[in-house]
Design a protein. Structure first.
Lengths: 302, 520, 313
């Protein structure tokens, strides 16, 4: 299927001058983006490998040969109990949170995408109002405290388990699925629940994965909620620790103590950023697998 | 088939919301006859990991009838303020916690804190060490005390320091007046003091670091302000009390600042640096004069990179320069107190006495050493003078695991005892240059310099937000040149400042200072 | 009388029939709606602290004294009110104008790129800067733009120019904020458009080629219209939260020297409301932002319905 599509777009007709111009424009833009993106990534990566003995400017650090790199920052972070505990807490929040968020978001997005649903406009506005009125952290805190959720990892994702933004985006994808598909299924005797499971979900893998990623990353990076709602040291997720590493170095009265062995502070900061991004970096290629062109076409014909 | 799918879906939905219900089961507080104390403290090293569950202190406290539940606060002070105040709003304050004075004032006025006036006598040992009349005044409102003010820093632990090797390279003397200081800055900038053939150094280095008593541009510039007698936010003397910014000398200070900025003799990154950038910069040899803290400068870990980069380099502590009227000062010397509070809820639950027992235990012998250094023979050993020395390896109190056992150190330390100082700042030999050093020598040196006595300045009223914003923004714009520094513009700035409430703020400060007899 | 009754009857009858026909949908959305009630509407109810002199739950929410619009008044009469509004809008609108088109172009470029390797590499790397927190980004920006030794200023000096203090210069700062945001978030926001592009029926391209359309025309008539509904949705949602200008970024980048162009509502609220424990004030500012956001959303939704035929409700 995929191969055939490629043929269609590339070989069928002889490219004109305009086509060639287009391709060159696309290539130049892509290369430009690549440079712009790789630059900060590379400078942060080399910063994380910077040895304690390094003298020189930031720019010179970017061209430090690999054989002079030091892994001290990674070693001391991975050997640090605080880091491992925080990592594990973050994983728990991530998995529980994404499952919970998708189970709540998908039905709502689907319901709102159904044409002629009675009360649809009312429900949409009902959903949008709290999104627009962002009353800030304290009114939510009062609720969390009332529910006794403080010092539970769930408090990090429950207040945002449905993000209206994500839900509305997902809805607009569901709306893009041809109505004929639903109708023919309906004629075949499927109820709406079966339509959702048998027809909509298989066609929407890309968007479900994308929204799942959006949720996952939001939970993974969240700082304010855990800072306020989680007090026990053993419940701290990664962003709290990360912030302590990034901002606190030198805020302590005990500036003579060093938490992380021999690595320079800047290397620890950079390495902690990379280590904390790992689960997301691993997840993305899997998600990309569902990004195949013309998903809909196949389903309509098949 | 149909019903089964439905059931599965419903089940999945239920599991999704189950955490909400599971959440209700707050750790069952067993009726074990112990007093449960929830405590929020300032960790010694937040990023190193929590106080381990097998800390022997927990068992000792259980024998005393206390079940301690200790959690560390986030390490940035703004996050701490935010967390404590939000918890107060939701009535989720712990039984015993530490707070900044600004936060404390609001909590006390909102009725969230217990009256501790009569509890001092339960802690004779700690009271003798820490709670003198000034410390009690610090937490007193209308004659009642609402918290225990404990020291949180070593006083006067900063100083104006200069690169001795650069002075020698250029054949210059230690500057004693502001004019000489400017000449040295100039030479450090343009005469290649490190002899590397590149124009890559500056005279003065700094960054913005504000406190209640060190207004914008803050602490790192106090020695320059001191030369004009306008260091610190307030003038606390009886006959000339007021905001420093209202004094005519403040304008002279601004002129001097403008002079060093325009001459390009201050590291131009000073407005953009954060603390870490600043500290990385002097280790790279970017500038030769600054105000720095003793341990950040000369403790072994912090000095090592500089020692590696510049084996010949040497920072010496100097007296701040004399200004035009013969004044000089490193800056205002305050006590640096933080406040331990008992929440009103904890007092209502009858926990106050046990909390005092806990606090007292940490102030002497057993608890003091356990919190400050860990277990003898495991985390530390005593040397011939009775000074705790870290054991070798990870478990020593300076090692990555050992550090977790001394997370409560700030509750125990009083920051001035010889034992603490000698243990914190041992003499060491530099790896590269082979020099013998100790941050304690530097500390003694810094404390011997000229400081402005400023008792109580760190508890003075704080300005409203718009006023503070205007204050900072105005000065910053004079520095960047967005506003031209002329007497007329300055007067216009001061007038607007007064309109936004500076006069009222000054009056409030006067009343407070008189009421607490802080004027000297 | 009778006629009305009949109409009512018809109405209720039809409603009943509709609801019965769609009962599965209602069953699906009832749980999310309950969720909304608990986790979104109860906080909205708690937001009444904006009208009260609220100290702590210890002394009750509904029992704390009523102060009317005092908190709103304090916000609106702040010396900086108009400058806060102006700065906030400058950043949120600026980001929409710069970042949104860039991420759409990036998504289309990734979709159209013929070099498999290049496409894969860009697609895999583009979203990564999103993970660099603003603390780290500040370090990178400092290394690029620092007046003393930043790379850009080294270049300027090399060509004989005067170094520019980008980070503390009121003229340069807004550009720095808007473009550093585009730099960091472009790839991340592109993901949603890439997902949308995946739904395009590729047989349309085939037909277009047969009719002799070139690549530019293909993008114009097929690719772009196909993702237009998603773009409109994103745009409308962003207009609703026009007063959210990126607190984390600006809080990290700004300093008193650029307060005049850098201070936004959220940073002001953070300093004045949250750090000083004035939660009523912070909530009032949130409600104020929401009120205007709501008006703008209704307006733009109406316009969008009229001109693009896609709308939120």
């Amino acid at each position: 299927m995929k191969k055939k599509n490629k043929q269609i777009t590339s070989v069928a007709v002889k490219p004109t001058a305009a086509d060639r111009g287009f391709n060159i424009f696309v290539d130049i833009f892509m290369v430009f983006i690549l440079i712009v993106i790789v630059l900060p990534l590379w400078s942060t990566l080399t910063l994380s490998f910077r040895p304690d003995t390094f003298i020189g400017t930031y720019t010179e650090g970017m061209f430090l040969p690999p054989w002079e790199w030091s892994f001290a920052a990674y070693e001391s972070l991975l050997g640090n109990d605080g880091f491992l505990i925080a990592f594990w807490n973050s994983i728990k929040i991530l998995v529980e949170g994404v499952v919970c968020a998708l189970i709540l978001t998908i039905p709502l997005a689907y319901g709102l995408s159904v044409r002629n649903l009675r009360g649809k406009k009312f429900i949409t506005i009902f959903v949008l109002v709290p999104y627009i009125f962002n009353v800030g952290i304290i009114p939510v805190y009062l609720l969390i405290a009332k529910l006794g959720l403080t010092n539970h990892l769930e408090s990090v994702f429950l207040p945002v388990a449905i993000s209206t933004y994500n839900c509305i985006i997902m809805r607009s994808f569901f709306e893009g699925i041809p109505n004929e598909l639903r109708e023919s299924a309906s004629i075949d005797g499927c109820n709406e629940l079966q339509i959702l499971i048998r027809i909509i979900l298989p066609l929407s893998k890309a968007i479900i994965m994308t929204i799942g990623l959006y949720y996952g990353v939001a939970f993974w990076n969240d700082y304010f909620r855990p800072m306020l709602y989680l007090t026990r040291d053993y419940l701290r997720p990664l962003p709290i620790l990360l912030r302590n590493i990034l901002l606190a170095a030198g805020m302590n009265e005990f500036v003579e103590a060093r938490a992380f062995g021999n690595a320079p502070v800047e290397a620890i900061k950079a390495a902690s950023v990379f280590l904390s991004a790992i689960p997301m970096v691993i997840a993305y290629p899997f998600i990309q697998k569902y990004f195949t062109k013309g998903t809909l076409l196949g389903s309509v014909k098949g | 088939m149909k019903t089964r799918t439905t059931l599965i879906i419903l089940l999945a939905l239920l599991t999704a919301i189950s955490p909400v219900f599971a959440g209700g089961s707050k750790e069952a507080k067993a009726d074990d006859g112990l007093t449960h104390i929830e405590m929020w403290y300032n960790a010694t090293q937040t990023e190193v990991g929590p106080l381990p569950n097998d800390w022997v202190g927990y068992d000792i406290l259980r024998d005393m009838g206390i079940e301690l539940d200790a959690s560390s606060l986030p390490s940035s002070t703004t996050d701490q303020d935010m967390k404590v105040q939000a918890a107060a709003a939701a009535n989720e304050l712990p039984d015993f916690f530490v707070a900044n004075r600004e936060v404390w004032v609001r909590l006390a006025n909102n009725g969230m804190l217990a009256d501790v006036t009569d509890l001092y006598e339960l802690m004779p040992e700690r009271t003798a060490i820490m709670f003198d009349q000034d410390a009690i005044n610090f937490t007193t409102i209308d004659g009642r005390s609402y918290g225990f003010a404990t020291p949180s820093i070593i006083t006067m632990n900063e100083g104006l320091v200069i690169r001795k090797d650069w002075l020698d390279n250029l054949g210059l003397e230690v500057p004693t007046t502001l004019d000489e200081l400017f000449d040295v800055m100039y030479a450090f900038t343009y005469n290649d003091p490190d002899g590397n053939g590149r124009n890559d150094t500056w005279g003065y280095g700094a960054f913005i670091e504000e406190t209640i008593y060190e207004s914008y541009p803050g602490r790192r510039f106090e020695p320059l302000m001191g030369a004009f007698g306008v260091d610190g936010t307030w003038d606390m003397s009886k006959d000339s009390f007021g905001l420093q910014i209202h004094k005519p000398e403040f304008y002279d200070y601004m002129v001097f600042m403008k002079k060093i900025i325009d001459a390009g003799v201050i590291d131009p990154n000073w407005m953009a640096y954060k603390k870490d950038d600043f500290r990385a910069a002097w280790k790279q040899g970017k500038f030769g004069i600054m105000r720095e803290q003793n341990a950040a400068l000369h403790a072994q870990n912090n000095y090592a990179p500089f020692d590696a980069n510049f084996p010949e380099g040497e920072w010496i502590v100097i007296e701040p320069p004399y200004g035009p009227t013969g004044l000089r000062s490193v800056g205002p010397a305050v006590r640096g107190l933080r406040i331990w509070c008992i929440s009103a809820d904890a007092a209502d639950a009858g926990k106050a006495e046990k909390i005092c027992e806990l606090f007292e235990w940490m102030a002497h012998d057993e608890g003091y050493f356990l919190c400050g250094w860990g277990q003898e023979g495991i985390n530390y050993v005593l040397d011939e003078n009775g000074i705790p020395v870290s054991t070798e390896g990870d478990i020593g109190f300076e090692g990555p695991i050992g550090q977790t056992y001394i997370q409560l150190r700030s509750m125990a330390f009083n920051y001035t005892s010889e034992t603490e100082l000698l243990s914190r700042y041992p003499v060491y030999t530099c790896e590269n240059s082979g020099k013998e050093m100790s941050a304690l020598w530097t500390l003694r040196d810094m404390q011997s310099k000229t400081w402005t006595p400023a008792n109580g300045m760190d508890s003075m009223p704080i300005p409203g937000n718009d006023l503070k914003t205007y204050y900072q923004q105005g000065l910053a714009e004079f520095f960047t040149g967005a506003r031209e520094l002329t007497p007329e513009n300055w007067q216009a700035f001061i007038d607007q400042l007064d309109k936004l409430g500076a006069t009222a703020w000054e009056q409030e400060g006067y009343d407070y200072a008189v009421a607490n007899s802080y004027l000297v | 009388m009778d006629g009305k009754n009949l109409r009512d009857k018809n109405y209720w009858g039809k409603l009943k029939k509709d609801v019965a026909r769609q009962k599965w949908i209602y069953m699906l959305i009832v749980l999310p709606l309950v969720y909304y009630f608990i986790f979104k509407y109860i906080p909205l109810w708690n937001a009444q602290i904006a009208f009260r002199n609220f100290k702590s739950v210890r002394y009750g929410i509904t029992t704390s004294p009523w102060v009317g619009m005092e908190n709103f008044y304090e916000f609106v009469t702040s010396h900086y009110f108009w400058s806060l509004i102006r700065n906030t809008l400058m950043y949120s609108v600026g980001k929409i104008i710069v970042s949104l088109p860039l991420s759409i172009i990036l998504a289309i470029a990734i979709y159209e790129c013929r070099h498999g390797a290049l496409r894969k590499v860009v697609q895999t790397l583009a979203y990564l800067p999103h993970f660099l927190s603003w603390v780290i980004m500040y370090g990178i920006l400092l290394s690029l733009f620092a007046p003393g030794d930043g790379i850009i200023n080294d270049l300027i000096k090399f060509f004989g120019g005067q170094p520019i203090d980008f980070l503390t210069n009121a003229k340069a700062f807004p550009w720095l904020v808007i473009f550093s945001d585009a730099w960091k978030e472009m790839g991340w926001s592109a993901i949603i458009f890439i997902a949308a592009l995946m739904g395009i029926d590729v047989s349309l391209f085939e037909a277009a080629m047969v009719e002799g359309a070139n690549s530019w025309q293909r993008v114009k008539y097929i690719t772009f219209p196909a993702i237009k509904p998603v773009i409109v949705t994103v745009l409308l949602l962003k207009i609703g939260t026009i007063f959210e200008a990126g607190f984390n970024q600006i809080f990290m980048l700004y300093s008193p020297a650029v307060y005049s162009v850098g201070d936004i509502i959220d940073t002001w609220v953070y300093r004045q409301g949250l750090l000083e424990g004035q939660f009523g004030l912070a909530t009032a500012a949130g409600l104020f932002k929401g009120l205007i956001g709501m008006l703008l959303l209704f307006l733009s939704n109406y316009l969008s319905k009229k001109y693009t035929e896609s709308s939120l409700f």
